[in-house]
Write a protein of this length. Structure first.
Ligand code: ZN
Length: 289
């Protein structure tokens, strides 16, 4: 087999020497994902989309009908994400004859489930041209990562989860961004539940910002005001541990005996929470017993 170079265009006969299981987009060889075939055209069986053309791809998992599951192929992809090994990437080019463009060896950097408007559950993978190591070496690492998560927000079906490959960095970066501080300023450094303001010294105060749907990782929350509360450390802890949640009238709800139960959470007029993050917290994080 000749050594492939990124940009090479292969005819079917040659393509199948590399991607041997031509029936599926994910070809597994000896337990590892060897190659991936994607299709961003309207002919595609699955909705594969560029997040950033030539660099970052939102890729559909395996499974044509009904909900996609963590079957052999999709599980192998997720394993590839954790093992961080490179995978040959090919694009289907429609025409007569069909051809396949080789993009080089790419990396699975994220995986998650997404319910589509049709109600179908799809497994999505974020596939990146860049390995983690290169990003680390990059001087503008923060910029690259923030840009990547920005790009993710612009994908047509509102994929807003940052790749969890970058989770640690994103958490660090995002927590340092202006956004949380801006919101603290808006609330004059007071807790939205108890209205307390803790002095740090004679002219500074201490307050925390809680991300209702936690950032990154399996929760994949976003760093937006619609996902934030300004809280004192006590109320922040109660939220983190799922002791308290948010009711339909924006009041504190809890299945435990806590002082703030039933208390209306104070909101500035221009600060609106995304109902989806409240729902997420109340269903995934809130403890019910
Ligand atoms: Zn408080």
């Amino acid at each position: 087999m000749k050594k492939l170079l990124p940009g090479d265009i292969l005819y079917f006969e040659e393509f199948k020497k590399y991607h041997k299981n031509i029936r599926v987009g994910i070809y597994i060889k000896k337990g590892h994902v060897y190659s991936i075939r994607f299709d961003t055209s309207e002919h595609g069986e699955y909705p594969d989309r560029w997040i950033r053309k030539g660099e970052l791809l939102d890729y559909s998992g395996q499974g044509k009908k009904g909900d996609q599951t963590w079957n052999l192929y999709n599980s192998a992809m997720r394993k590839a994400q954790y093992e961080e090994y490179p995978i040959k990437l090919f694009e289907t080019l429609h025409g007569n004859p069909m051809r396949y463009k080789y993009y080089g060896e790419w990396y699975v950097i994220n995986s998650y489930e997404k319910i589509f408007p049709s109600g179908q559950k799809l497994i999505r993978f974020t596939i990146s041209k860049f390995p983690k190591e290169d990003l680390k070496k990059c001087e503008n690492e923060k910029e690259v990562i923030l840009k990547l998560s920005d790009d993710l927000k612009n994908v047509s079906y509102d994929i807003i989860e940052p790749p969890n490959r970058y989770k640690a960095t994103i958490n660090r970066v995002i927590r340092d961004t202006q956004k949380a501080n801006q919101l603290k300023e808006v609330y004059n450094w007071t807790c939205q539940i108890c209205n307390q303001r803790l002095p740090r010294n004679s002219n500074e105060y201490y307050v925390e910002v809680h991300h209702i749907q936690p950032l990154g990782g399996k929760h994949n929350g976003v760093d937006e005001f619609s996902n934030m509360l300004v809280l004192c450390p006590n109320h922040h802890a109660l939220f983190d541990y799922g002791v308290i949640g948010i009711g339909s009238n924006l009041e504190v709800i809890s299945y435990f005996d806590v002082d703030c139960k039933g208390k209306k959470i104070y909101f500035r007029e221009d600060h609106k929470l995304d109902p989806a993050v409240i729902d997420y917290h109340n269903h995934v994080i809130l403890q019910t017993s």
